[in-house]
Structure formats: C-alpha cells, structure tokens
Design a binder for this molecule. Structure first.
Ligand SMILES: Cc1cc2nc3c(=O)[nH]c(=O)nc-3n(C[C@H](O)[C@H](O)[C@H](O)COP(=O)(O)OP(=O)(O)OC[C@H]3O[C@@H](n4cnc5c(N)ncnc54)[C@H](O)[C@@H]3O)c2cc1C
Length: 509
C-alpha cells in the first residue's frame, strides 16, 4: 500500500470506482501503456456490478424501445466476452412463453429475427419455436408454446475481479477501501485526495475518470464542486433466490401485464434466481434493499407462469442494486435508456480533463472502455492501440475446457469433491493452480471452513484478489454465502483476523 509520506506520484489516469466500468477502463488504459491508479471506496464490485441479473445479453426487450445501437453492440459482445472468459461466462438458452394477449407472435418472431442477425454470432445458436408438453413442462398447463433463443450467463463480480487482476498484472495500482474525497484542477493536473483507514493522502492525475456508478453525479457536484453535464436516474432492481423451481439449464423470460419482463434463471445448481424489478430510487445507494411490493411482484409473476407455486418463506436470499441510468426524461423507469454516455469536460485546452461515465451495462463494459480510451487519445498521443477484444482474461489461458479442468483438479487433488472442483474451475480457470500447485490432497489445503473453502484459497484471495472480510470472500469472490451458517462465518472471520495480524507482523519485521 502507498504510504502517506511517499513522494507525490502523477499518474496518467486516476479512476474513481471499482465496478465493472472503472476496472474495464483501468485495464484497457494500462494495457495501452498509460500509468493508472484505481480507487474503490468499498470492495471491488460491491455495488451495482454484483447486483445484476448476471447476463451477458443483447437485451431483447430493448428492441421495443428502438435501442438498435446498444443491442447490436451488446449482441456482438456476447461472443467476444465468451471467448475472453469461458470459465465465468457460459451460453444459456432462454425460453419465452407465448402470451398472445401481451405481444403477438409476429412481433416476437420479428424481434428474434433481428436478435439472430444484428450482431455477429458464431458459437451461440439461433432462435426457434417450442411446443410445451403439459406432462413434462414446468410451466402452467395453459402455456402451450413459446420461443427459444440464446444469450449468456456470467459471474458478474468475478468479471470485475478478473479485469482488476489483469490491470494489476499490467502495472495498474488498484486500491480498495479507499475513497476519493476531493479533487481539484491545478492547471494541467488533478490533485486527488484519497482517504483510507490510515488517513488521507494525495496523488496527481493528468486525467480523472469518474466511474462512480450510482454516485457519478454526486461525485461531480459534492467532491469536485462542479456541475454535472447530465442527470442520473437511479432505478432499483431486485432479485429473489429460491430453491430451484424446475429442472434443466434453461432460463425463462416471462412477460408481465405491465409490459415488463422478468427472468427465472438457473443459479448455482440448486437455485432459481428470479428478477428483476424497475423502481425509481431516491435513497442512499449504499442502503438499497428489496421492498415488500417487489417481493410480491416477483412471486406473482413466477406463480403466473410456473407449476411450482412459491410463497414468501421459499425465498432463500434476495439482492438489490441501483442502475445508474443517464436521464433521458422517460416517464417509465423500465423505458429509460440502458445505453451509456461518456462526458469529457475541460474548459480550455490547458485544463486537466475529467471523463465521466453515465449508464452502461455489464455486457458493454469492454466497448465502453474502448470508447473512453478513444476519447482520451488526444491527451495521450503515444498511447497503444485497442487490445482487449482478443486478449483472454486471467484464468482463460491454456483452458481447453472447464470440464477438462474439473477432471484435472479431481485427479491432482485427492479427496476433493466435485462441487468444489467445479466451483474452482469456474471461478479461477487455470489460475486455480496458483493456489493448488503444490498440493496433492485435500489434507494439504489447510483449515477447512466448510463447503469446500480451505485456508489455501482464503490466503490466495487475501494476497491476490483484494479480499479483506468474510463478505468479500463469501459474496463476491464466491457465492458461498448462500451455504454458510453463522458459526462458519465466525470461524472464517477469526481466521482472517489472525491472517491480517500475521501479515502485519511480517511487514513490521
Ligand atoms: C438489477 C440490475 C440488473 C442488471 N442486470 C444486468 C445484466 O443482466 N446484464 C448487464 O449487462 N447489465 C446488467 N445491469 C447493469 C449493470 O449491472 C451496471 O450497468 C453496471 O454494473 C454498472 O457498473 P459501474 O461500474 O458503472 O457501477 P458500480 O458497479 O456501482 O461501481 C461504481 C463504484 O464506484 C465506487 N465509488 C463511488 N464513489 C466513490 C468515491 N468517491 N471513491 C471511490 N470509489 C467510489 C462505488 O463504491 C462502486 O463500487 C443490471 C443492473 C441492475 C441494477
């Protein structure tokens, strides 16, 4: 960690925010030869970027809002991202039950035709009609036919972490639990004040990138004391997680009477994730939580479609996030554009520029980063060319297939169970050997915390993936929080405390 008495460093770019857009820009920039610092006030991916529907998708419903640019870009990104990170992204088939009173078949067929052809598609299968047999279909018996198409599912928070790892490997300085509390222009550079547990320190930046997500406008107004070029609309979206309500690996896209759609998505083998909602949000983005009307809404949409009828007590867990959408003055929160806008502000050419990110999707983070760097080209005339389209993310190198990696882990680590080998292969890809390399049996992995979490993995997450608390490990580096009981969390907390103390003593020595 940077010391407060260290001589002041001037970075090419300081990025505010460790969500997908911040790490995406930091990674692209450092790979082009720029010096980069990224600061995140909490943990990486601790806000919107871990509260998504976890889809890399074109966004079929955005066609209804005529968002052709966004859909074309997002459709093409599915294949690009799938190739970059096949361990954390997988193709998924989506079934849309036909509800003729909501959308006529010709409209859906037209939409799916565009969906199949607007963006380049090599690995993902096209759309088709499906008939449901009442005896085998999980859907209510009055739903007899529908449509099927492809998109992808992603581990959203790990997409953030992998981009951060790659950025660090290329030389970026990524600091978490560090808030940018102010920044002032001092002619050609920004003087940026950062606050962490140890106090306040200052760095300089030639360009400041504001990727603060839901805080983007607030950061400009309160911390920079400037006027935001765009308004931001915060739209809450919530999900419920229930024990799986149907077998199989396909997702369902359910149409609702209010013209919205809700997904039911197979989640972590034993669950179904149901969401999302769209609700204008005026509270503190740090405090967002699912509301009772959202729970009722999601249960009703599911029960209107599936034979398995859910009640509130079936809910295992919920999560909620706020979409930071660029205000297009739409009356309906579901209709506000999901496209992104980048604003570069600089009153005269000698003044240090500010680039702010408004809106965006997980799916388009890489293209957003490329556009951001394109806009910054005039300030860094010698910087490198775009490089992220074909570069693999950490763990995808030498990955023949996730299935092969699972078998390899099971062969090398005697006694390891299949769910753990599978979790590791999906989360880390070939980076799993960074913490398993010198082990040949489960007994060599150190203390067991339950559900396949061992000390060796915890140490790796602390040393290499910025994990500090049990929540960082259980909620964002893995999704083990759904399995862990309180006494197991306490055990992990005690271990982490001891580990931090050991590390501190080592630093002092
Ligand atoms: C319910 C829901 C479902 C979604 N589903 C999908 C989906 O399926 N597919 C898809 O592609 N997209 C989806 N999205 C959209 C996607 O999740 C967001 O567009 C994306 O995560 C936004 O990332 P971000 O980096 O802009 O914001 P964030 O992830 O919120 O990151 C911003 C970060 O900035 C930090 N920060 C703020 N102020 C400061 C400061 N002063 N100093 C330091 N750090 C600061 C915050 O702590 C935060 O971590 C969904 C969004 C929601 C809410």
């Amino acid at each position: 960690m940077m010391q407060m008495n260290e001589p002041q460093t001037c970075y090419d770019i300081v990025v505010i925010g460790g969500g997908i857009n911040g790490v995406g820009i930091a990674n692209d920039a450092v790979g082009r030869g720029l010096s980069v610092l990224l600061c995140e006030k909490d943990d990486l991916a601790s806000h919107t970027s871990s509260a998504s529907s976890k889809l890399i998708h074109g966004g079929l419903r955005y066609l209804e809002h005529k968002e052709f640019r966004l859909v074309r870009e997002a459709l093409a990104e599915r294949e690009v991202l799938l190739a970059k990170a096949p361990h954390i992204i997988r193709p998924m088939r989506f079934i849309m039950p036909h509800q003729p009173h909501l959308r006529p078949a010709w409209l859906i067929r037209t939409g799916l035709f565009f969906y199949d052809h607007l963006g380049k598609r090599e690995k993902l299968a096209g759309s088709n009609l499906v008939q449901f047999k009442p005896e085998t279909s999980p859907l209510n018996k009055d739903i007899t036919r529908g449509f099927e198409y492809s998109d992808c599912a992603v581990d959203d928070s790990r997409l953030v972490i992998l981009n951060a790892i790659q950025a660090r490997e290329k030389g970026a300085n990524i600091v978490t639990q560090t808030r940018c509390i102010a920044a002032q222009r001092e002619n050609a550079v920004w003087a940026v004040q950062l606050e962490n547990e140890q106090g306040v320190y200052q760095v300089q930046a030639k360009v400041l990138v504001n990727a603060a997500g839901p805080w983007v406008a607030q950061f400009i107004q309160q911390d920079l004391k400037l006027k935001s070029p765009y308004g931001i609309r915060l739209v809450q979206g919530s999900h419920i997680i229930v024990p799986k309500i149907y077998e199989g690996d396909k997702a369902y896209i359910m149409q609702n009477d209010d013209q919205r759609i809700v997904f039911a998505i197979p989640y972590l083998n034993q669950y179904t994730m149901i969401g999302t909602t769209d609700r204008e949000y005026h509270g503190d983005p740090n405090q967002v939580e699912i509301t009772q009307p959202e729970i009722d809404y999601l249960l009703k949409v599911s029960n209107d479609h599936f034979k398995t009828q859910l009640v509130i007590n079936d809910i295992v867990s919920t999560f909620s996030g706020v979409r930071p959408l660029c205000d297009d003055e739409s009356d309906n929160p579901a209709a506000i554009t999901r496209d992104y806008t980048l604003a570069v502000s600089q009153q005269h050419s000698a003044e240090a520029p500010l680039l702010s990110v408004f809106g965006g999707k997980l799916t388009t983070y890489r293209k957003l980063a490329e556009s951001a760097l394109e806009q910054l080209k005039k300030f860094f005339t010698t910087m490198g060319q775009p490089w992220t389209a074909h570069a693999l993310l950490p763990g995808a190198e030498n990955l023949v297939s996730v299935e092969d990696l699972i078998s390899e882990i099971q062969t090398k680590i005697k006694g390891i169970d299949l769910p753990t080998a599978s979790r590791w292969a999906h989360a880390y890809g070939t980076y799993v050997w960074k913490f398993l390399n010198y082990s040949s049996s489960v007994h060599e992995l150190g203390q067991s915390f339950g559900h396949g979490l061992y000390a060796q993995e915890v140490d790796y997450l602390v040393d290499q993936e910025w994990a500090i608390t049990s929540q960082d490990i259980l909620c964002r580096r893995s999704k083990l929080y759904l399995e862990f009981k309180q006494d197991q969390v306490d055990l992990l907390d005690a271990y982490l405390l001891e580990l931090h103390e050991r590390r501190l003593q080592k630093d002092v020595a």
